[in-house]
Design a protein. Structure first.
Length: 280
């Protein structure tokens, strides 16, 4: 005991019995004296090691109390044995129940934590999924916009190309028609000059041979000088040439300003005048 005190260690308990028998439990372990080493009590104490309490009767019966356990020798009073046994049974039940409660409590905490983690994980996945869907949607919209812009650009280019081709073709056609008109007018003037030079008898014979044929003057109305299919129904302002149909006037109006010229005199077309001919 002096050594324990000197080393500043503590005692758990000290039990003194008859015939100078004692039992000490301290920070270094347990020590007993006066109990035969080869007896059942000594062997049990040595086997248990960690002892909470110890009782030794004069008749040689003994009781060893250890954590959650007890050992009784033969000869211990039945009432005492029953009370001790009941106490430890009740203690084991309480400990088992408490252990189950603690386990269930920890299991509940784990379940709650798992639920929180699941909600957080699902929320993070939802945010990530929505972000991915937004990126995909924006990419699709961008591709669609580019496709629409590309289609519109191609359409404009094709329209411009078609208009350019149409302008060139109309200009060439107008040039050809103008040249034909000039040649026709020259032939008409030559024909009239020839008719003026012949005698009245020859003129009468020519009239009889060409009955039903109308010789028009340069200003008389005829077919459209562009399409040669529809009758001319429009006079050009300011030159006054009566040489276009309604459809060709619309076509000329769609051309560039430099291409909107009279097919006969090549003068500027400011507007057109609708000419209504009387039916016979």
């Amino acid at each position: 005991m002096k050594r324990i005190y000197a080393s500043k260690k503590g005692f758990n308990f000290i039990r003194l019995f008859h015939d100078n028998i004692y039992f000490i439990s301290d920070d270094e372990g347990t020590e007993w004296k006066g109990i035969p080493i080869d007896c059942a009590c000594s062997k049990e104490l040595k086997k248990l090691g960690n002892v909470d309490d110890f009782a030794y009767a004069g008749d040689g019966s003994w009781v060893i109390i250890s954590p959650n356990h007890h050992v009784l020798s033969t000869g211990v009073d039945n009432d005492l044995s029953g009370h001790i046994t009941k106490f430890y049974n009740d203690q084991r039940k309480r400990n088992s129940k408490r252990t189950l409660e603690i386990q269930e409590h920890h299991a509940g905490i784990r379940r709650q934590q798992q639920a929180i983690e699941r909600v957080e994980r699902e929320a993070a996945e939802r945010v990530e999924r929505e972000a991915l869907e937004r990126v995909e949607r924006e990419e699709m919209e961008r591709v669609e916009r580019e496709a629409v812009l590309r289609a519109e650009r191609l359409s404009r280019e094709m329209n411009n190309e078609l208009v350019s081709i149409l302008e060139v073709r109309i200009i060439e056609e107008l040039k050809d028609i103008t040249e034909q008109e000039i040649r026709l007018q020259k032939r008409k003037r030559s024909l009239h000059d020839s008719i003026e030079k012949i005698s009245s008898e020859s003129r009468a014979r020519i009239d009889s041979e060409t009955t039903g044929t109308i010789v028009t003057t340069p200003t008389a109305a005829a077919d459209c000088v562009i399409c040669h299919t529809a009758p001319s129904s429009r006079a050009i302002v300011p030159c006054g040439h009566h040489c276009l149909c309604d459809d060709c006037v619309v076509t000329l109006a769609a051309l560039s300003p430099e291409a909107r010229i009279c097919p006969l005199c090549r003068g500027e077309i400011q507007s057109t005048l609708k000419i209504y001919s009387s039916s016979r």
